[in-house]
Design a protein around this ligand. Sequence first.
Ligand SMILES: [Fe+2]
Length: 469
Amino acid sequence: MDLSAFPYLQGNYAPVEVESDFDNNQLTVEGTVPQSLTGAFMRDGANVAFQPNHYVYPLDGDGMIHAVYFDDGKVHYRNRWVETNHLKTERQFGRMIYGSVGKLLEVPPEVIAAGGEPSPIRNTANTNVIYHGNKLLAMWEGGFPHLLNSDLSTVGLFDYDGALQPGDALTAHPKICPVSGDLITCTQRWDSPNYYLQVFDKNAKHKQTTLVEFERKGIIHDLQITDNYVIIFYAPAFHSLEKAMRGEDPFEWEAQLGTKIIVIPRDGSSGQKVFETEAFFSWHFCNGFESGGKIIIDYVWINSIPFTQAQGTGVEKQPRRMYRMELDLQTKAVSNEQFSDVFCEFSRVDERRMGKTYRYGFAASSNRDWGDAHGYNCTGRYDFHTGQTQLWEYGAEANAGEPVYVANPESDKEADGWVMCFVYNPEEGAYLSILSAGDFASGPVAKVKVPARVPNGFHANWMQGLTLN
Ligand SMILES: [Fe+2]
């Protein structure tokens, strides 16, 4: 492959070409892996298998899962592609067939005649991997998720026993209610501007659908729950399939429209509330909760949608920072304040506090000038009690992925858990970093060093109790 034309396929964004396994004897562990953990850290990401025609970060690329399994103090690393129909078809023909979301291609008749995947829009399965209702799922926000086995082999597309209809696009950012175990998620469709809030119970059975009507389909990436509400941001960010098919920049940002904050009752009742504010974009919420007639939302603010290839810059330069928004449910007043001046993305919390009051947010963070490098060389801890932001730096040139909070099974305190992420440091190679959530200053309690490259990726989760076999 010649990837030289694609800024976001350089350095540690470049794909790996092999699927590997390294057992406890082949992995080097610095420090001590928490003995009490049984489960797996898994991270999805883009890993092109064939040279693309175009590449929009962060939307393109075949999904690959990188996993570190933990069992009785021992670890095992494995990476596997998600075997989508698109990838299987390209393997069958030995070449790239499906285009980028930024430059779609018509599927050749001979591919369809041979039984290849007919949709020109690649189900990348590259955005997130979750474990809910005993289902391990690789998620993509443009279509169905893929069901995986615990060993990362692919079962196939998953439609929640028929709850998802052809054309439904399930978000890659569901939230799990820590009280009910429900998965609160949504679907959108390519042929409708509407948004459907979906709830699946703790056994992954469909429970509820709530319609949210829009006149125009927006790019809505994440959602946030509180005890009683779901909150979404409707930014003036749009994607035009027609422009994509013509090979034009399909992404539209119409700042004059502002950003709407939609507050949807979780119980399915009417009474959706709309708050309006000046235009901003956000990929990710950190957390949200209700307090004193207000909804408090912590999230990563960006001034506009950052699709770098479409903009022709090659490097994302938009500032992105942790913000706290307050929505007054009575007066409809909105306040929106920067919480920290640290550059950050991929914000996470202790999932036991999802939608509830909490102290710590965690995010991939940077203490470098963003202009010279797109990457996060630190994990940040955002303390919403003290207002302080604390960084652990992995090295000036390092890149740290999404930090996942892993609860200590022996404690309900936020400070007693761990924060895990993949790190790539040119001087050290790739490793899984395990920080103590309560003691960032001491650095990782363990580094699980992987004797292969782990490319930069997207979302990760801890799969409690999931083992390799
Ligand atoms: Fe995301």
